[in-house]
Write a protein that binds this ligand. Structure first.
Ligand code: HMG
Ligand code: MG
Length: 312
């Protein structure tokens, strides 16, 4: 008889809704709505909420209110909750620090073409830009997370070699990133390709320092999380209501919906500390703000069941 590998007792979910979820919205979402979204996510039990991005407002206008949003969120920060923000370079880091950031994230890619489209430089140049960010962060006592995009495929180059992902991930870890989040930016991965990628990365970076950041374009993200869990990954990024997409990956849909991940983990008996019903309320609320239905299958099912029971 074969036995399944042991699953972790608990998983940490890093909520992406306010940043990855909203960055691609064409219509500007008000700072009030963004701050309210963070407050509602805290109340549902999220302990890490990526709040905004200190990127160029010419590149991503939706994040142009970064200092206001982070400042207002931190003014009523909940103890024990982390509010990381994206910082592509020293300029972004200094602005984030001035707004009070205690955690930032640098974001690189395993594909040259995506690196150029997303942050206007080669992979090697990006790593040289991140180095002073990690040094300044260390001096300021700020934690740094690292992202690698295009871990399973690139919108411009197609398949990406697992070795290329491993190389960037290891460099970010050596630079001092406490965790490396592996981004399937276009959601083209499947459990087999994600496992091959993780095998290569884990030869360089221990599983305890990895996170899965899977977009759900082809509906594979939950399966990819299950495969990653079985390989020892215990941190996953997700976006309430399945909001989002990357401005530099046309056609890519949002991160896996946080509700779908919590449903999976509840079913597997893996703890998250998140209240699924409260989270579905947040998905319904932000989707209504954006005048759409939640993309999440679980949110839709829970809402339909509630409506049937006459308590929607
Ligand atoms: P650049 O044009 O090469 O930068 O952009 P530059 O250094 O040449 O500066 C040009 C102008 O931008 C100057 O202003 C700078 O001051 C300004 P000007 O003199 O023209 O008025 N500038 C900035 N302004 C505000 N904040 C900054 C900043 N830096 C320079 N930090 C840059 C380079 C990285 C800034 C640009 O390409 C950029 O902002 N890119 C952002 C792309 C982005 O946000 N993409 C989405 C997030 S990544 C993602 O979604 C993937 C992820 O989810 C994982 C996954 O799914 O795979 C993380
Ligand atoms: Mg992403």
């Amino acid at each position: 008889m074969t036995t399944s590998p042991a699953l972790p007792a608990a998983v940490r979910i890093v909520e992406m809704g306010p940043r990855d979820g909203l960055q691609n919205e064409k219509r500007l979402v008000s700072a009030d709505t963004k701050v309210e979204l963070v407050r509602r996510l805290e109340a549902a039990g999220l302990k890490a909420i990526e709040t905004t991005a200190f990127v160029s407002p010419k590149w991503v206008p939706q994040m142009g209110d970064n200092a206001e949003v982070l400042g207002r969120v931190l003014a009523a920060a909940v103890p024990g909750v982390a509010y990381p923000v994206l910082t592509p370079n020293l300029k972004g880091f200094e602005a984030a620090l001035a707004a009070g950031a205690k955690e930032v994230a640098v974001f690189g890619a395993a594909s040259e073409s995506f690196s150029r489209k997303n942050i206007n430089c080669s992979i090697a140049e990006s790593l040289e830009r991140f180095r002073p960010v990690t040094e300044a962060a260390r001096a300021a006592g700020v934690r740094v997370r690292g992202y690698v995009s295009c871990v399973a495929g690139c919108p411009y180059e197609g398949a990406v070699a697992p070795q290329a992902v491993a190389e960037v991930a290891a460099t970010l870890m050596d630079m001092g990133c406490y965790e490396i989040s592996l981004g399937d930016t276009i959601g083209s991965g499947n459990p087999a390709s994600i496992a091959r990628m993780l095998e290569a990365v884990m030869r360089r970076v221990p599983a305890a320092r990895l996170a899965g950041h899977y977009h759900d374009t082809y509906g594979m993200a939950v399966a990819n999380i299950h495969a990653s869990l079985q390989m020892g990954v215990a941190v996953f990024d997700a976006s309430v209501g399945g909001l989002g997409g990357c401005p530099y990956a046309a056609g890519a849909s949002g991160n896996v919906a946080t509700e779908d991940v919590v449903w999976l983990l509840n079913g597997l008996g893996v703890g998250t500390g998140i209240d699924l019903d409260a989270l579905v309320d947040v998905a319904a609320w932000i989707s209504a703000q954006l005048e759409r239905e939640p993309a999440s299958r679980v949110a839709r099912a829970v809402l339909a069941k509630r409506a049937q029971a006459g308590c929607a």
